[in-house]
Write a protein that binds this ligand. Structure first.
Ligand SMILES: NC(=O)c1ccc[n+]([C@@H]2O[C@H](COP(=O)([O-])OP(=O)(O)OC[C@H]3O[C@@H](n4cnc5c(N)ncnc54)[C@H](O)[C@@H]3O)[C@@H](O)[C@H]2O)c1
Length: 354
């Protein structure tokens, strides 16, 4: 059976890294069909299209995954096209798991003294459809001295339950021992009280996994002090957003950080954590490794575990022995190479493995 992948390269460095990612995945020789879509700032500025009405239906009906570059362009200062493209897919396709592995691939990429590959190996399950990111709320008496602004945090039993379940199921599949839930239940009594209760109920269904609930501020501190104490972290949308940037910084930065927006068993979207990086777009400086690792996450989601491992190990070898883009030079040393040079070497490494 051929898996159909919708490729949306987007803006800035998105197309530069998407091109590399697709070339890599094609090299493996799997039955994957890549269809390219031009949604992004150019298209929006040309004819006003953000995401056509029927595109989401097409995705649901005909596609298995979306392989996404990045969106964001200085010519669209309000970023409305980016929100309309990415957030629409996250919410409309109900991609409730934001999966972000924070796994160090080379000891030299760690900024923490004495913490290397054996210590930095945690994965974050960020709730992706609720919390403070639904747009619920409003302003009253705007612009006056009496202005009131409210942002409402949405926590549903269904939403909390399914992300907790996904985190425990992942830990079980991977043979991991521990799941930690991060909240602020000491002050956010209602919403995060619900998280505490649902997390405890979920933990009871997975007695072989050690479950621990922590306040997010304490966890942020502990991730620097002893990251090795964590295998899987599950948390809400806002805290996940922040903790995963911390996780990216602990494991080599945006150039190597991959993510999935997943609804288990349904079409899901895979994207590097980084944005469109307008400061380096068009200069051949973009690191394509995050997009390559994102491809590995997508392969895994599609059931190609062995092939995902091949991509992962080719990237690891590239970091260990190969050319690097300028973003990794401060960590790895050596001269800086172009996106194209890194991509060519990476392709050779993958070819040698297939
Ligand atoms: N998922 C997404 O599509 C997404 C995510 C974050 C930001 N954005 C958008 O991207 C635009 C730029 O945002 P930003 O500058 O805050 O974040 P960014 O991730 O684009 O860039 C931050 C810094 O990291 C560098 N960087 C990022 N990816 C890199 C890579 N692959 N190789 C080498 N260096 C890399 C950039 O050059 C920049 O200095 C904005 O419009 C923002 O809204 C989009």
């Amino acid at each position: 059976m051929t898996h159909r992948i919708a490729v949306i390269p987007g803006d800035g460095i998105g197309p530069e890294v998407a091109k590399v990612g697709v070339r890599l995945l094609e090299r493996i020789g799997l039955p994957l069909q890549f269809d390219w879509f031009d949604f992004g700032a150019d298209r929006y500025l040309k004819d006003g299209t953000i995401l056509p009405q029927d595109f989401l239906d097409t995705l649901r009906r005909d596609y298995d995954a979306v392989y996404f570059g990045a969106v964001g362009d200085p010519r669209v200062p309000g970023n409305e096209h980016a929100k309309g493209i990415l957030l629409a897919m996250r919410f409309e396709l109900d991609l409730y798991v934001n999966l972000r592995p924070c796994i160090l691939i080379d000891d030299r990429l760690s900024p923490l003294k004495g913490k290397g590959r054996n210590e930095l190996r945690f994965t974050v399950f960020r709730e992706n459809t609720e919390g403070l990111y639904t747009g619920a709320g409003g302003v009253f008496k705007k612009g006056t001295a009496d202005e009131v602004a409210q942002e409402i945090e949405i926590n549903t039993r269904k939403g909390v339950s399914r992300i907790c379940e996904a985190a425990f199921a992942f830990a079980e599949r991977r043979g991991m021992a521990r799941v930690c839930m991060a909240d602020k239940a000491n002050v956010l009594l209602f919403g995060h009280g619900l998280w505490r209760r649902v997390f405890a109920e979920t933990a009871q269904r997975h007695p072989a996994i050690q479950a621990k609930a922590m306040y997010v501020d304490a966890l942020a501190m502990d991730l620097i002090r002893q990251p090795e104490a964590y295998d899987v972290i599950v948390t809400n949308n806002l805290f996940g957003d922040i903790l995963t940037d911390l996780g990216a910084a602990l494991t080599g930065g945006l150039g190597v950080a991959a993510s999935g927006n997943i609804h288990p068993g349904r079409i899901s979207l895979f994207e590097p954590v980084h944005g469109s990086a307008p400061d380096i777009a068009g200069q051949g400086k973009a690191n394509p490794l995050a997009m390559a690792l994102t491809g590995a996450l997508m392969l895994e989601h599609l059931g190609y575990t062995r092939e995902a491992g091949l991509v992962q190990s080719a990237v690891e070898e590239q970091v260990r022995e190969g050319a690097r883009t300028p973003d990794l030079v401060p960590l790895l040393g050596g001269p800086a190479s172009s996106t194209e040079t890194v991509a060519a070497e990476l392709l050779d490494r993958l070819t040698a493995r297939t």
